[in-house]
Design a protein around this ligand. Structure first.
Ligand SMILES: Cc1cc2nc3c(=O)[nH]c(=O)nc-3n(C[C@H](O)[C@H](O)[C@H](O)COP(=O)(O)OP(=O)(O)OC[C@H]3O[C@@H](n4cnc5c(N)ncnc54)[C@H](O)[C@@H]3O)c2cc1C
Length: 451
Protein backbone atom coordinates (compact mmCIF):
# COMPACT_ATOMS: atom_id res chain seq x y z
CA UNK A 1 0.00 0.00 0.00
CA UNK A 2 1.37 3.45 -0.88
CA UNK A 3 2.16 5.94 1.89
CA UNK A 4 -0.46 8.66 2.15
CA UNK A 5 0.68 12.28 1.91
CA UNK A 6 -1.04 15.34 3.32
CA UNK A 7 -2.96 17.59 0.93
CA UNK A 8 -5.33 20.56 1.10
CA UNK A 9 -8.39 19.58 -0.89
CA UNK A 10 -10.88 22.06 -2.29
CA UNK A 11 -14.01 21.68 -4.39
CA UNK A 12 -14.37 23.09 -7.90
CA UNK A 13 -15.47 26.44 -6.40
CA UNK A 14 -12.02 26.70 -4.71
CA UNK A 15 -13.31 27.81 -1.31
CA UNK A 16 -13.67 25.93 2.03
CA UNK A 17 -10.49 23.84 1.64
CA UNK A 18 -9.46 21.32 4.30
CA UNK A 19 -6.33 19.30 5.01
CA UNK A 20 -6.47 15.49 4.85
CA UNK A 21 -4.28 12.51 4.30
CA UNK A 22 -4.25 11.73 0.60
CA UNK A 23 -4.43 8.06 -0.29
CA UNK A 24 -4.15 7.20 -3.98
CA UNK A 25 -6.14 4.02 -4.57
CA UNK A 26 -4.47 1.38 -6.75
CA UNK A 27 -6.33 -1.73 -5.65
CA UNK A 28 -9.68 -2.29 -3.94
CA UNK A 29 -7.91 -4.59 -1.48
CA UNK A 30 -6.43 -1.46 0.14
CA UNK A 31 -9.85 -0.35 1.33
CA UNK A 32 -10.28 -2.76 4.23
CA UNK A 33 -7.11 -1.41 5.90
CA UNK A 34 -8.36 2.15 5.42
CA UNK A 35 -11.73 1.26 6.95
CA UNK A 36 -10.11 -0.28 10.02
CA UNK A 37 -7.73 2.66 10.52
CA UNK A 38 -8.35 5.42 13.05
CA UNK A 39 -9.40 8.15 10.64
CA UNK A 40 -12.61 8.78 8.76
CA UNK A 41 -12.48 8.27 4.99
CA UNK A 42 -14.21 9.63 1.89
CA UNK A 43 -13.83 8.77 -1.80
CA UNK A 44 -12.80 11.45 -4.27
CA UNK A 45 -12.93 11.46 -8.06
CA UNK A 46 -11.88 14.42 -10.19
CA UNK A 47 -13.00 17.00 -7.62
CA UNK A 48 -15.72 18.54 -9.81
CA UNK A 49 -18.21 18.80 -6.96
CA UNK A 50 -18.25 22.54 -6.26
CA UNK A 51 -18.33 22.42 -2.47
CA UNK A 52 -17.00 20.13 0.25
CA UNK A 53 -18.40 16.72 -0.75
CA UNK A 54 -15.09 15.10 -1.74
CA UNK A 55 -12.91 16.20 1.17
CA UNK A 56 -12.68 15.30 4.84
CA UNK A 57 -10.62 17.58 7.09
CA UNK A 58 -8.44 15.52 9.44
CA UNK A 59 -9.44 12.27 7.73
CA UNK A 60 -8.33 10.33 4.67
CA UNK A 61 -9.33 11.26 1.13
CA UNK A 62 -9.30 8.18 -1.12
CA UNK A 63 -8.26 9.44 -4.54
CA UNK A 64 -9.83 7.06 -7.07
CA UNK A 65 -8.47 8.66 -10.25
CA UNK A 66 -5.70 6.07 -10.73
CA UNK A 67 -8.22 3.27 -10.39
CA UNK A 68 -9.54 3.99 -13.83
CA UNK A 69 -9.40 1.03 -16.21
CA UNK A 70 -11.94 0.23 -18.87
CA UNK A 71 -12.48 -3.46 -18.11
CA UNK A 72 -14.79 -4.51 -20.90
CA UNK A 73 -17.04 -3.17 -23.68
CA UNK A 74 -19.70 -5.42 -25.15
CA UNK A 75 -19.96 -3.81 -28.57
CA UNK A 76 -23.16 -5.57 -29.59
CA UNK A 77 -25.08 -4.57 -26.44
CA UNK A 78 -23.31 -1.28 -25.75
CA UNK A 79 -22.47 -2.26 -22.17
CA UNK A 80 -19.28 -0.96 -20.65
CA UNK A 81 -17.64 -2.13 -17.41
CA UNK A 82 -15.17 0.30 -15.85
CA UNK A 83 -13.35 0.91 -12.61
CA UNK A 84 -14.84 3.63 -10.42
CA UNK A 85 -12.11 6.18 -11.16
CA UNK A 86 -12.51 5.99 -14.95
CA UNK A 87 -13.40 9.45 -16.29
CA UNK A 88 -16.14 10.21 -18.79
CA UNK A 89 -13.42 11.72 -20.97
CA UNK A 90 -11.50 8.42 -21.09
CA UNK A 91 -14.70 6.51 -21.70
CA UNK A 92 -15.76 8.82 -24.53
CA UNK A 93 -12.42 8.45 -26.31
CA UNK A 94 -13.00 4.72 -26.27
CA UNK A 95 -16.72 4.41 -27.05
CA UNK A 96 -17.58 7.28 -29.44
CA UNK A 97 -15.39 5.96 -32.27
CA UNK A 98 -17.14 2.61 -31.79
CA UNK A 99 -20.62 4.14 -32.19
CA UNK A 100 -21.71 4.56 -28.56
CA UNK A 101 -22.28 7.50 -26.21
CA UNK A 102 -22.85 7.90 -22.48
CA UNK A 103 -26.59 7.86 -21.69
CA UNK A 104 -26.40 10.87 -19.36
CA UNK A 105 -23.60 13.38 -19.05
CA UNK A 106 -22.98 16.42 -16.88
CA UNK A 107 -21.64 19.63 -18.43
CA UNK A 108 -18.03 18.47 -18.08
CA UNK A 109 -16.37 15.24 -19.20
CA UNK A 110 -13.83 15.55 -16.36
CA UNK A 111 -15.86 13.54 -13.85
CA UNK A 112 -15.30 9.94 -12.80
CA UNK A 113 -17.92 7.25 -13.10
CA UNK A 114 -17.86 6.80 -9.29
CA UNK A 115 -18.35 10.55 -8.75
CA UNK A 116 -21.15 10.67 -11.33
CA UNK A 117 -23.04 7.81 -9.67
CA UNK A 118 -22.47 9.23 -6.18
CA UNK A 119 -24.14 12.47 -7.34
CA UNK A 120 -26.68 10.64 -9.58
CA UNK A 121 -25.83 13.19 -12.24
CA UNK A 122 -28.31 14.60 -14.73
CA UNK A 123 -27.76 16.05 -18.18
CA UNK A 124 -29.59 18.14 -20.75
CA UNK A 125 -31.81 15.09 -21.41
CA UNK A 126 -33.24 14.60 -17.93
CA UNK A 127 -36.75 15.57 -19.10
CA UNK A 128 -36.61 12.50 -21.35
CA UNK A 129 -34.08 10.03 -19.99
CA UNK A 130 -33.70 10.73 -16.26
CA UNK A 131 -30.44 10.50 -14.29
CA UNK A 132 -27.39 8.24 -14.65
CA UNK A 133 -28.74 5.69 -12.13
CA UNK A 134 -31.28 4.55 -14.73
CA UNK A 135 -28.41 3.22 -16.85
CA UNK A 136 -26.33 1.47 -14.20
CA UNK A 137 -26.66 -2.26 -14.70
CA UNK A 138 -24.37 -3.25 -11.85
CA UNK A 139 -22.16 -1.70 -9.20
CA UNK A 140 -19.39 -3.07 -7.03
CA UNK A 141 -19.34 -1.14 -3.77
CA UNK A 142 -16.75 -1.64 -1.06
CA UNK A 143 -18.17 -0.56 2.31
CA UNK A 144 -16.76 -0.95 5.83
CA UNK A 145 -18.87 -4.15 6.25
CA UNK A 146 -17.55 -5.76 3.04
CA UNK A 147 -18.07 -5.87 -0.73
CA UNK A 148 -21.54 -5.57 -2.28
CA UNK A 149 -22.60 -6.43 -5.81
CA UNK A 150 -25.55 -4.17 -6.43
CA UNK A 151 -28.22 -3.65 -9.06
CA UNK A 152 -31.79 -2.42 -9.15
CA UNK A 153 -32.91 -5.99 -8.30
CA UNK A 154 -30.07 -7.22 -6.10
CA UNK A 155 -30.13 -5.24 -2.84
CA UNK A 156 -32.14 -2.37 -4.36
CA UNK A 157 -32.18 -0.34 -1.12
CA UNK A 158 -28.39 -0.13 -1.00
CA UNK A 159 -28.18 0.37 -4.77
CA UNK A 160 -30.47 3.41 -4.61
CA UNK A 161 -28.83 4.79 -1.46
CA UNK A 162 -25.48 4.65 -3.29
CA UNK A 163 -26.81 6.51 -6.35
CA UNK A 164 -26.91 10.11 -5.19
CA UNK A 165 -25.45 9.11 -1.80
CA UNK A 166 -22.38 11.37 -2.12
CA UNK A 167 -19.92 8.59 -1.27
CA UNK A 168 -21.49 7.85 2.12
CA UNK A 169 -22.18 4.13 1.56
CA UNK A 170 -18.63 3.23 0.45
CA UNK A 171 -16.31 3.34 -2.53
CA UNK A 172 -17.73 2.42 -5.95
CA UNK A 173 -14.88 0.38 -7.40
CA UNK A 174 -16.62 -0.87 -10.51
CA UNK A 175 -19.71 -0.06 -12.57
CA UNK A 176 -21.44 -1.46 -15.66
CA UNK A 177 -23.27 1.15 -17.72
CA UNK A 178 -25.69 0.82 -20.61
CA UNK A 179 -24.58 3.18 -23.41
CA UNK A 180 -26.72 4.66 -26.18
CA UNK A 181 -26.00 4.06 -29.89
CA UNK A 182 -24.93 6.97 -32.11
CA UNK A 183 -24.29 7.22 -35.85
CA UNK A 184 -21.94 10.18 -35.59
CA UNK A 185 -19.86 12.26 -33.20
CA UNK A 186 -22.02 15.30 -34.01
CA UNK A 187 -25.18 16.86 -32.65
CA UNK A 188 -27.84 18.60 -34.74
CA UNK A 189 -28.70 21.79 -32.87
CA UNK A 190 -31.54 24.30 -33.04
CA UNK A 191 -31.04 27.70 -31.35
CA UNK A 192 -33.65 30.24 -30.20
CA UNK A 193 -33.29 33.58 -28.50
CA UNK A 194 -36.07 34.64 -26.14
CA UNK A 195 -36.79 38.08 -24.68
CA UNK A 196 -37.97 37.12 -21.21
CA UNK A 197 -38.41 34.30 -18.71
CA UNK A 198 -42.00 33.40 -19.68
CA UNK A 199 -41.13 32.87 -23.32
CA UNK A 200 -38.01 30.94 -22.33
CA UNK A 201 -40.06 28.57 -20.15
CA UNK A 202 -42.76 28.22 -22.80
CA UNK A 203 -40.25 27.31 -25.48
CA UNK A 204 -38.42 24.83 -23.26
CA UNK A 205 -41.73 23.18 -22.30
CA UNK A 206 -42.92 22.90 -25.88
CA UNK A 207 -39.63 21.26 -26.89
CA UNK A 208 -39.88 18.39 -24.34
CA UNK A 209 -41.22 15.89 -26.87
CA UNK A 210 -39.22 17.10 -29.84
CA UNK A 211 -35.72 17.31 -28.37
CA UNK A 212 -33.62 14.78 -26.53
CA UNK A 213 -31.31 17.54 -25.20
CA UNK A 214 -32.33 21.07 -24.17
CA UNK A 215 -30.88 23.85 -22.07
CA UNK A 216 -31.38 27.60 -21.70
CA UNK A 217 -28.52 29.96 -20.97
CA UNK A 218 -30.10 32.89 -19.11
CA UNK A 219 -28.69 36.41 -19.06
CA UNK A 220 -28.57 36.88 -15.28
CA UNK A 221 -28.06 40.65 -15.49
CA UNK A 222 -31.40 41.47 -17.14
CA UNK A 223 -34.15 43.16 -15.12
CA UNK A 224 -37.77 44.23 -15.62
CA UNK A 225 -39.47 43.05 -18.79
CA UNK A 226 -36.28 41.43 -20.08
CA UNK A 227 -35.66 39.48 -16.89
CA UNK A 228 -34.73 35.95 -17.89
CA UNK A 229 -33.92 36.68 -21.53
CA UNK A 230 -32.11 33.65 -22.81
CA UNK A 231 -30.59 31.57 -25.55
CA UNK A 232 -31.98 28.04 -25.84
CA UNK A 233 -30.05 25.28 -27.54
CA UNK A 234 -31.73 21.95 -28.22
CA UNK A 235 -30.71 18.96 -30.23
CA UNK A 236 -30.11 15.27 -30.77
CA UNK A 237 -27.29 13.08 -32.06
CA UNK A 238 -26.82 13.69 -35.78
CA UNK A 239 -27.47 10.88 -38.25
CA UNK A 240 -24.93 10.31 -40.99
CA UNK A 241 -27.48 11.67 -43.46
CA UNK A 242 -27.42 15.03 -41.59
CA UNK A 243 -23.65 15.50 -42.08
CA UNK A 244 -21.68 17.31 -44.74
CA UNK A 245 -19.79 15.25 -47.31
CA UNK A 246 -16.55 15.97 -45.49
CA UNK A 247 -17.96 14.93 -42.10
CA UNK A 248 -19.31 11.71 -43.60
CA UNK A 249 -15.76 10.49 -44.31
CA UNK A 250 -15.26 9.84 -40.58
CA UNK A 251 -18.61 10.40 -38.86
CA UNK A 252 -17.45 8.96 -35.54
CA UNK A 253 -14.08 10.73 -35.36
CA UNK A 254 -13.78 12.14 -31.85
CA UNK A 255 -11.08 14.64 -31.11
CA UNK A 256 -11.27 15.93 -27.55
CA UNK A 257 -9.01 18.93 -27.12
CA UNK A 258 -8.29 21.23 -24.27
CA UNK A 259 -7.43 24.33 -26.24
CA UNK A 260 -6.11 26.57 -23.44
CA UNK A 261 -5.24 26.33 -19.76
CA UNK A 262 -5.42 29.00 -17.06
CA UNK A 263 -1.89 28.61 -15.59
CA UNK A 264 -2.23 30.60 -12.34
CA UNK A 265 -4.84 31.99 -10.02
CA UNK A 266 -4.99 35.76 -10.66
CA UNK A 267 -4.71 37.93 -7.49
CA UNK A 268 -8.23 39.28 -8.05
CA UNK A 269 -11.29 37.78 -9.71
CA UNK A 270 -11.43 38.24 -13.48
CA UNK A 271 -15.18 37.71 -13.21
CA UNK A 272 -16.75 41.02 -12.17
CA UNK A 273 -19.60 43.30 -13.18
CA UNK A 274 -17.65 44.69 -16.10
CA UNK A 275 -16.47 41.42 -17.63
CA UNK A 276 -19.89 39.90 -17.05
CA UNK A 277 -21.60 42.75 -18.84
CA UNK A 278 -19.38 42.27 -21.90
CA UNK A 279 -19.59 38.47 -21.92
CA UNK A 280 -23.38 38.25 -21.52
CA UNK A 281 -24.09 40.96 -24.07
CA UNK A 282 -21.77 39.38 -26.60
CA UNK A 283 -23.16 35.90 -26.06
CA UNK A 284 -26.75 37.08 -26.47
CA UNK A 285 -26.04 39.26 -29.50
CA UNK A 286 -23.96 36.68 -31.36
CA UNK A 287 -26.68 34.03 -31.00
CA UNK A 288 -29.20 33.89 -33.85
CA UNK A 289 -32.86 34.63 -33.11
CA UNK A 290 -33.75 31.29 -34.62
CA UNK A 291 -31.55 28.74 -36.35
CA UNK A 292 -32.27 25.11 -37.24
CA UNK A 293 -30.08 22.16 -38.02
CA UNK A 294 -26.62 23.46 -37.13
CA UNK A 295 -24.09 20.64 -36.74
CA UNK A 296 -21.91 20.85 -33.63
CA UNK A 297 -19.28 18.46 -32.31
CA UNK A 298 -19.93 16.53 -29.10
CA UNK A 299 -17.43 18.75 -27.30
CA UNK A 300 -18.96 22.03 -28.47
CA UNK A 301 -22.47 20.97 -27.53
CA UNK A 302 -21.92 19.05 -24.29
CA UNK A 303 -18.62 20.35 -22.93
CA UNK A 304 -17.92 23.96 -24.02
CA UNK A 305 -16.27 24.78 -20.67
CA UNK A 306 -13.82 21.88 -20.98
CA UNK A 307 -12.00 23.76 -23.74
CA UNK A 308 -10.45 26.06 -21.12
CA UNK A 309 -8.61 23.99 -18.51
CA UNK A 310 -8.67 25.29 -14.93
CA UNK A 311 -11.25 28.01 -15.76
CA UNK A 312 -12.34 27.98 -12.11
CA UNK A 313 -9.10 29.86 -11.28
CA UNK A 314 -10.46 32.93 -13.10
CA UNK A 315 -12.52 33.68 -10.00
CA UNK A 316 -9.35 34.55 -8.10
CA UNK A 317 -8.34 33.50 -4.56
CA UNK A 318 -11.84 33.86 -3.09
CA UNK A 319 -13.34 31.38 -5.52
CA UNK A 320 -17.01 31.04 -6.41
CA UNK A 321 -20.08 29.01 -5.67
CA UNK A 322 -22.71 27.41 -7.83
CA UNK A 323 -26.19 27.64 -6.45
CA UNK A 324 -28.40 25.02 -8.09
CA UNK A 325 -31.93 24.25 -7.04
CA UNK A 326 -34.97 22.46 -8.42
CA UNK A 327 -38.60 23.38 -7.77
CA UNK A 328 -41.68 21.41 -8.85
CA UNK A 329 -43.71 22.51 -11.88
CA UNK A 330 -46.25 25.11 -10.77
CA UNK A 331 -43.67 26.93 -8.60
CA UNK A 332 -42.10 28.90 -11.48
CA UNK A 333 -42.22 32.13 -9.46
CA UNK A 334 -39.27 30.87 -7.39
CA UNK A 335 -37.08 30.97 -10.51
CA UNK A 336 -38.06 34.59 -11.11
CA UNK A 337 -37.57 35.42 -7.43
CA UNK A 338 -34.07 33.87 -7.43
CA UNK A 339 -32.94 35.99 -10.38
CA UNK A 340 -34.39 39.15 -8.82
CA UNK A 341 -33.14 38.42 -5.31
CA UNK A 342 -29.52 37.98 -6.37
CA UNK A 343 -29.63 41.17 -8.43
CA UNK A 344 -31.15 43.01 -5.48
CA UNK A 345 -28.31 41.73 -3.26
CA UNK A 346 -25.78 43.02 -5.79
CA UNK A 347 -24.44 39.52 -6.48
CA UNK A 348 -23.96 39.12 -10.20
CA UNK A 349 -24.18 35.61 -11.64
CA UNK A 350 -21.59 34.80 -14.23
CA UNK A 351 -23.36 31.84 -15.77
CA UNK A 352 -27.04 31.01 -15.36
CA UNK A 353 -28.57 27.85 -16.76
CA UNK A 354 -32.22 26.74 -16.75
CA UNK A 355 -33.35 23.18 -17.51
CA UNK A 356 -36.42 21.00 -17.16
CA UNK A 357 -36.35 17.76 -15.20
CA UNK A 358 -38.54 14.72 -15.80
CA UNK A 359 -39.65 12.30 -13.09
CA UNK A 360 -37.39 11.51 -10.12
CA UNK A 361 -35.81 8.07 -9.83
CA UNK A 362 -35.99 5.83 -6.76
CA UNK A 363 -32.84 7.14 -5.05
CA UNK A 364 -33.69 8.84 -1.72
CA UNK A 365 -30.90 11.43 -2.06
CA UNK A 366 -31.03 11.99 -5.81
CA UNK A 367 -31.38 15.68 -6.63
CA UNK A 368 -33.72 15.74 -9.66
CA UNK A 369 -37.50 15.84 -9.20
CA UNK A 370 -39.95 16.77 -11.96
CA UNK A 371 -39.71 20.54 -12.35
CA UNK A 372 -37.40 23.41 -13.18
CA UNK A 373 -33.76 23.56 -12.21
CA UNK A 374 -31.78 26.78 -12.15
CA UNK A 375 -27.98 26.85 -11.68
CA UNK A 376 -26.13 30.11 -11.02
CA UNK A 377 -22.34 30.56 -10.82
CA UNK A 378 -21.67 33.39 -8.36
CA UNK A 379 -18.27 34.89 -7.43
CA UNK A 380 -17.67 34.86 -3.66
CA UNK A 381 -16.82 38.05 -1.84
CA UNK A 382 -20.06 40.02 -1.46
CA UNK A 383 -21.16 40.32 2.17
CA UNK A 384 -24.84 40.12 1.18
CA UNK A 385 -24.54 36.78 -0.65
CA UNK A 386 -24.95 34.48 2.37
CA UNK A 387 -28.17 36.21 3.49
CA UNK A 388 -29.57 36.14 -0.06
CA UNK A 389 -28.83 32.42 -0.50
CA UNK A 390 -30.28 31.55 2.92
CA UNK A 391 -33.44 33.39 1.89
CA UNK A 392 -33.52 31.52 -1.43
CA UNK A 393 -33.05 28.19 0.37
CA UNK A 394 -36.19 28.90 2.40
CA UNK A 395 -38.20 29.76 -0.72
CA UNK A 396 -36.95 26.62 -2.45
CA UNK A 397 -37.75 24.38 0.54
CA UNK A 398 -41.21 25.95 1.01
CA UNK A 399 -41.96 25.29 -2.65
CA UNK A 400 -41.13 21.58 -2.22
CA UNK A 401 -37.74 21.95 -3.90
CA UNK A 402 -34.13 21.28 -2.93
CA UNK A 403 -30.56 22.35 -3.56
CA UNK A 404 -28.05 20.07 -5.27
CA UNK A 405 -25.56 18.69 -2.71
CA UNK A 406 -22.88 18.18 -5.41
CA UNK A 407 -22.84 21.95 -5.89
CA UNK A 408 -23.35 22.97 -2.29
CA UNK A 409 -20.91 24.36 0.28
CA UNK A 410 -23.24 26.26 2.57
CA UNK A 411 -26.86 25.05 2.98
CA UNK A 412 -28.10 25.04 6.58
CA UNK A 413 -28.55 21.53 8.04
CA UNK A 414 -32.04 22.19 9.40
CA UNK A 415 -33.37 22.67 5.85
CA UNK A 416 -31.83 19.49 4.42
CA UNK A 417 -34.47 17.24 6.00
CA UNK A 418 -37.26 19.31 4.44
CA UNK A 419 -35.56 19.34 1.07
CA UNK A 420 -34.74 15.61 1.18
CA UNK A 421 -37.70 14.08 3.06
CA UNK A 422 -36.39 10.51 2.50
CA UNK A 423 -33.12 11.24 4.34
CA UNK A 424 -34.08 8.69 7.05
CA UNK A 425 -34.15 5.80 4.51
CA UNK A 426 -30.69 6.83 3.33
CA UNK A 427 -29.28 7.04 6.86
CA UNK A 428 -30.61 3.53 7.58
CA UNK A 429 -28.58 2.13 4.65
CA UNK A 430 -25.46 4.05 5.75
CA UNK A 431 -25.84 2.63 9.26
CA UNK A 432 -26.29 -0.86 7.87
CA UNK A 433 -23.02 -0.91 5.88
CA UNK A 434 -21.00 1.51 8.02
CA UNK A 435 -22.23 1.03 11.61
CA UNK A 436 -19.20 2.75 13.14
CA UNK A 437 -19.54 5.83 10.93
CA UNK A 438 -16.07 5.50 9.34
CA UNK A 439 -17.19 7.31 6.20
CA UNK A 440 -17.45 11.07 6.56
CA UNK A 441 -16.87 14.15 4.44
CA UNK A 442 -16.84 17.84 5.27
CA UNK A 443 -20.28 17.95 3.60
CA UNK A 444 -21.69 15.09 5.69
CA UNK A 445 -20.46 16.68 8.94
CA UNK A 446 -21.63 20.16 7.98
CA UNK A 447 -25.21 19.13 7.14
CA UNK A 448 -25.48 16.12 9.46
CA UNK A 449 -25.96 13.58 6.67
CA UNK A 450 -25.53 10.67 9.11
CA UNK A 451 -27.53 12.13 12.02
C1 LIG B 1 -18.29 22.48 -15.21
C2 LIG B 1 -19.16 21.54 -14.43
C3 LIG B 1 -20.38 21.18 -14.95
C4 LIG B 1 -21.21 20.28 -14.27
N1 LIG B 1 -22.41 19.96 -14.81
C5 LIG B 1 -23.22 19.10 -14.17
C6 LIG B 1 -24.47 18.71 -14.75
O1 LIG B 1 -24.84 19.16 -15.82
N2 LIG B 1 -25.21 17.80 -14.07
C7 LIG B 1 -24.82 17.25 -12.88
O2 LIG B 1 -25.54 16.42 -12.33
N3 LIG B 1 -23.65 17.62 -12.30
C8 LIG B 1 -22.85 18.52 -12.92
N4 LIG B 1 -21.66 18.87 -12.36
C9 LIG B 1 -21.28 18.30 -11.05
C10 LIG B 1 -20.50 16.98 -11.21
O3 LIG B 1 -21.06 16.18 -12.22
C11 LIG B 1 -20.58 16.20 -9.90
O4 LIG B 1 -20.12 16.96 -8.84
C12 LIG B 1 -19.79 14.89 -9.92
O5 LIG B 1 -20.04 14.22 -8.70
C13 LIG B 1 -18.29 15.14 -10.05
O6 LIG B 1 -17.60 13.90 -10.21
P1 LIG B 1 -16.10 13.76 -9.69
O7 LIG B 1 -15.53 12.51 -10.23
O8 LIG B 1 -15.35 15.01 -9.95
O9 LIG B 1 -16.37 13.55 -8.14
P2 LIG B 1 -15.84 14.40 -6.88
O10 LIG B 1 -16.19 15.82 -7.07
O11 LIG B 1 -14.44 14.08 -6.62
O12 LIG B 1 -16.77 13.76 -5.74
C14 LIG B 1 -18.16 14.04 -5.74
C15 LIG B 1 -18.87 13.07 -4.79
O13 LIG B 1 -18.74 11.74 -5.28
C16 LIG B 1 -18.16 10.89 -4.31
N5 LIG B 1 -17.31 9.93 -5.01
C17 LIG B 1 -16.33 10.20 -5.91
N6 LIG B 1 -15.80 9.05 -6.37
C18 LIG B 1 -16.46 8.04 -5.75
C19 LIG B 1 -16.36 6.62 -5.79
N7 LIG B 1 -15.50 5.98 -6.59
N8 LIG B 1 -17.18 5.92 -4.99
C20 LIG B 1 -18.10 6.52 -4.19
N9 LIG B 1 -18.23 7.85 -4.12
C21 LIG B 1 -17.43 8.61 -4.89
C22 LIG B 1 -17.38 11.82 -3.39
O14 LIG B 1 -17.25 11.27 -2.09
C23 LIG B 1 -18.26 13.07 -3.39
O15 LIG B 1 -19.29 12.93 -2.45
C24 LIG B 1 -20.79 19.75 -13.01
C25 LIG B 1 -19.55 20.12 -12.48
C26 LIG B 1 -18.74 21.01 -13.18
C27 LIG B 1 -17.42 21.40 -12.61
Amino acid sequence: MNKPTTTTFVGWGRSNGSVSRHHVLHSDSELSALYTGEDSVIARGLGRAYGDAAQSGGGVVIDCTQFSEIIDLDLSLGRIRVQGGCSFEEMLRYVVVRGWFVPVTPGTSFVTVGGAIAADVHGKNHHRDGSIANYIEELVLVSPDGTHLLSRTSDPDLFWATCGGMGMTGVIVEATLQLVPIESAYVTVDTDRTNDLDSCMELLSSGDERYRYSVAWVDGRMKGRHLGRSVITSGDHAKVADLTVQQRHAPLAYDPKQLLRVPLTPPISMVNNLTLLGFNELWYRRSPEHREGETQTINTFFYPLDMLGGWNRLYGPRGFTQYQFVIPFGEEEVVRYALERLQQAGCPSSLVVLKRFGAADAAPMSFPIAGWTLALDIPLGSSSLAVALDDLDRHVANAGGRVYLAKDGRVRPELVRTMYPRLGEFVAQCQRVDPKGKIASDLSRRIGLRD
